[in-house]
Design a protein around this ligand. Structure first.
Ligand code: GLN
Length: 551
């Protein structure tokens, strides 16, 4: 019988429910249990694909092409399982299904209502993940208890326990225990209120995860236990951790996994946390620092680049290095170059993005990296701007551009693919999900991956324009990875450079804490080389040379 853990959040948003759930998932996996996870999101978008990253952070892409909530990235990185579109359901997608069924006549004669039709659909979504191959499903309910939009979800998960039996469901509530400066105390009242709210919806939490900046005392723990009617072992404290990856160890020390397993009758499995402990030790023992400039458009909201940042961290963990990210607003690049401010970077990442704003700044950064031998990694839009830069400045194709930014460019080196020309529906219509690429034998990309056929996830409309293929091929820029039919360019790399490599894909979605994405791993290696002044066979960089916008 598959067991269910439901994670809800109280008091404020942004408490790290997703991380708490993922960490619990990791702990259950460390006992040999088979775990999967899903997120229920109370907003009306059918999926987050149409949302601006400023609204909702990064859109995480699954192998099967789902555009999903960024928490799925945490899930995949912590439980080390590939999830699917089915692991994320929004209010919008749930209503769409119910309304489509109503139009088909599936409920003919009936009044279609939130209860039972919407709640049944929510339960159907939860049940989609049940299989003989899964012992535990962890379902996170997005939003905060008390939100209007969350009510159908709470009602559905309340009913769920009755449907599948009390011993098969565990409710974990994540709350905040704030420290109030003037009284010098940590306060339990917000937790009490949010548990009261949850109970008013018929859900009595089995465990409470108390987030706090400093550890809470045992008195406070007893108080929460008493007032919220949760056994004291079920009140666990997740005080701010030094690193994200420490959270599973914190929750394990607090006994959350023991408690949940006992409750759900999951048996007495041995816990093997040694690999995870070794990982956390590596994070703590990092002995060098690399400074990476991330040139983006949404840099005021780092969550917009969550998987990129995590992939950099994974590569840092691999090399024993701390990654220091310089968040660089793409529109400011030209000014920063003129002030000589990019020359101290050890590496530059140009991540994905949409729309024209900031593109010229990214192109300038790509050019600076190319000419000054600064390791540069381009991801999706990053590959497109590196292609444009090279076309303009190395191949002499004046005005080269992507038709996304200049539909009348004389040299559209990046263009819409045929299948995208007539698309009017903006939801789920890009090249999405996992695609296989064939790498050029002997290329640096092939060496990085250690194989010649690789699969990475995609999310874009525009592609390298094959009409320009021969001009690039005659230069130093290699088209080092292509789709198996040879029509689409998937990877490019520059000869005679410490690292100037880009991909049309988003390898950041497949990076794992103990298995960094190969391109990130090699990029950080090259950046470390620059930091330590050991880049092989390359002309040294004249650090004192006047830095100008075009230097
Ligand atoms: N805007 C570009 C495209 O649609 C790149 C997208 C991205 O970086 N994810 O092709």
């Amino acid at each position: 019988m598959t067991k269910h853990i439901f994670v809800t959040g109280g008091v404020v948003s942004g408490l790290g429910k997703g991380l708490s759930g993922s960490s619990l998932g990791r702990l259950l996996k460390a006992r040999g249990l088979r775990v999967t996870m899903q997120k229920l999101d109370p907003y009306l978008n059918v999926d987050p694909g149409t949302m601006n990253p400023f609204e909702h952070g990064e859109v995480f892409v699954t192998d099967d092409g789902g555009e999903t909530d960024l928490d799925l990235g945490h899930y995949e990185r912590f439980i080390d399982e590939n999830l699917t579109t089915d692991s994320n359901a929004t209010t919008g997608s749930i209503y769409s299904s119910v309304i489509a069924a109503e139009r088909r006549g599936d409920y003919l004669g009936k009044t279609v209502q939130v209860i039972p039709h919407i709640t049944n659909e929510i339960k159907r979504r939860i049940n989609r993940l049940v299989s003989d191959d899964v012992d535990v499903i962890i379902t996170e309910v997005g939003g905060t208890v008390g939100d209007i939009e969350i009510l159908p979800f709470l009602e559905a998960i309340r009913q769920f326990r009755l449907d599948v039996g009390r011993n098969n469901v565990c409710y974990v509530h994540v709350t905040l225990v704030p420290f109030i400066g003037p009284s010098g105390e940590q306060k339990t009242k917000p937790t009490q209120h949010s548990v009261t709210e949850l109970r008013s919806r018929g859900i009595q939490p089995d465990a409470i995860v108390c987030r706090s900046d400093e550890p809470i005392s045992s008195d406070l723990r007893r108080k929460i236990s008493n007032l919220c009617d949760v056994p004291v072992e079920g009140v666990v404290n997740a005080a701010d951790a030094r690193s994200l990856y420490e959270i599973p160890l914190v929750l394990h020390n607090e006994g959350l996994d023991d408690y949940v397993c006992e409750m759900l009758g999951l048996g007495d499995h041995e816990v093997d946390l040694a690999p995870w402990q070794a990982l956390v030790k590596r994070v703590e023992e990092a002995s060098s620092v690399v400074r990476i400039g991330l040139i983006g458009k949404y840099v005021s909201l780092p969550d917009a680049y969550l998987s990129v940042v995590e992939s950099l961290n994974h590569a840092g963990i691999h090399h024993g290095a701390d990654i220091e990210i310089e968040w660089i607003q793409a529109e400011e690049v030209e000014g920063l170059l003129a002030a000589g401010r990019l020359k101290d970077l050890d590496g530059i990442v140009i991540p994905g993005g949409f729309g024209e704003r900031g593109v010229e700044g990214k192109i300038a950064a790509a050019g600076y990296a190319r000419e000054h031998d600064i390791p540069c990694l381009g991801l999706c839009l990053g590959m497109q701007v590196m292609t444009i830069e090279y076309a303009r400045n190395a191949l002499g194709l004046a005005g080269a551009n992507s038709t996304e930014f200049d539909s009348r460019s004389p040299h559209p080196v990046i263009d819409l693919m045929e299948s995208q020309r007539d698309v009017t529906d903006m939801g789920g219509t890009m090249r999405l999900g996992a695609y296989v690429a064939q790498l050029k034998p002997g290329s640096r990309v092939a060496k990085a991956y250690g194989e010649e056929v690789v699969s990475e996830r995609h999310r874009h409309r525009y592609e390298f324009n094959p009409k320009y293929r021969t001009r690039f091929e005659a230069s130093d820029l290699q088209l080092s990875g292509e789709s198996p039919d040879g029509r689409l360019v998937e990877f490019i790399e520059l000869d005679h450079h410490s690292f100037w490599i880009a991909t049309q894909a988003h390898p950041e979605f497949k990076s794992r804490p103990d298995r960094p994405a190969p391109l990130f791993r090699e990029f950080i290696d090259a950046a470390l080389g620059r930091a330590e002044g050991r880049n092989p066979q390359l002309p040294s960089i004249d650090a004192d040379a006047p830095a100008t916008a075009d230097s």
